[in-house]
Design a protein around this ligand. Structure first.
Ligand SMILES: Nc1ncnc2c1ncn2[C@@H]1O[C@H](COP(=O)(O)OP(=O)(O)OP(=O)(O)O)[C@@H](O)[C@H]1O
Length: 182
């Protein structure tokens, strides 16, 4: 089983990467969904704050790679030769996946702060940003879990600096290349 992990700063294009993967029939395991399930099980309100509380508690109890451990059986249960993981936040998680899955490939998505800010403004979700310094703060918060170190462990890099069509095309050919190689 080939397991592909993707890492990138907020707004770098992880969601688009996962969408292309799903279009190609490669199942996507979203690490955030594991936390969301836990929030539901505990009867907490389904809001961002609950996700934060549960994620922090899992990490305090089981260490920085806690969520990766919980994801392993979910990945194994996907009846597929290739599976994509979205939501890696730290190098500890990368190490757990790499130790467990001999064919683990980590792809880093590169996109500069200003580009990500412009795109997130257009996306306009509830976790909206008022200015670029808020995105900088979010980058720093994510980095405190070891996101930068995780990106440094990547075996492949994808640039997301052009148009959405160009990016989706690059992602598609990257995934086809991985899925096709034995
Ligand atoms: N090359 C591109 N050109 C234009 N828009 C893009 C491009 N790549 C991504 N986008 C858009 O930018 C926004 C952010 O991308 P996406 O949601 O995939 O990022 P993400 O890494 O999943 O973000 P987050 O970390 O916040 O979940 C989305 O609205 C997406 O459609």
């Amino acid at each position: 089983m080939k397991v592909i992990g993707i890492v990138g700063m907020p707004g770098s294009g992880k969601g688009e990467f996962s969408a292309v993967s799903a279009e190609l029939g490669i199942p996507v395991v979203v690490m955030g969904d594991v936390i969301r399930e836990e929030v539901k099980k505990e009867g907490l309100p389904p809001v961002d704050a609950s996700m934060g509380i549960v994620a922090r508690r899992l990490r305090e109890q089981y260490g920085m790679a806690a969520i990766a451990h919980v994801c392993i059986p979910v990945i194994e249960s996907q009846n597929s030769q290739v599976v994509l993981i979205d939501g890696i936040r730290g190098d500890a998680e990368v190490k757990v996946f790499a130790e467990h899955f001999p064919d683990f490939i980590l792809i880093a998505i590169d996109s500069p702060l200003e580009t990500r800010y412009d795109r997130l403004k257009v996306r306009g979700r509830s976790d909206d940003l008022k200015n670029i310094s808020e995105l900088h703060t979010r980058d720093e918060r994510e980095s405190s879990f070891g996101l930068r170190e995780a990106m440094g462990l990547a075996t492949m890099r994808v640039q997301n600096t052009g148009t959405l069509d160009e990016y989706r095309c690059t992602v598609r050919s990257t995934l086809e290349q991985i899925a096709g190689a034995s």
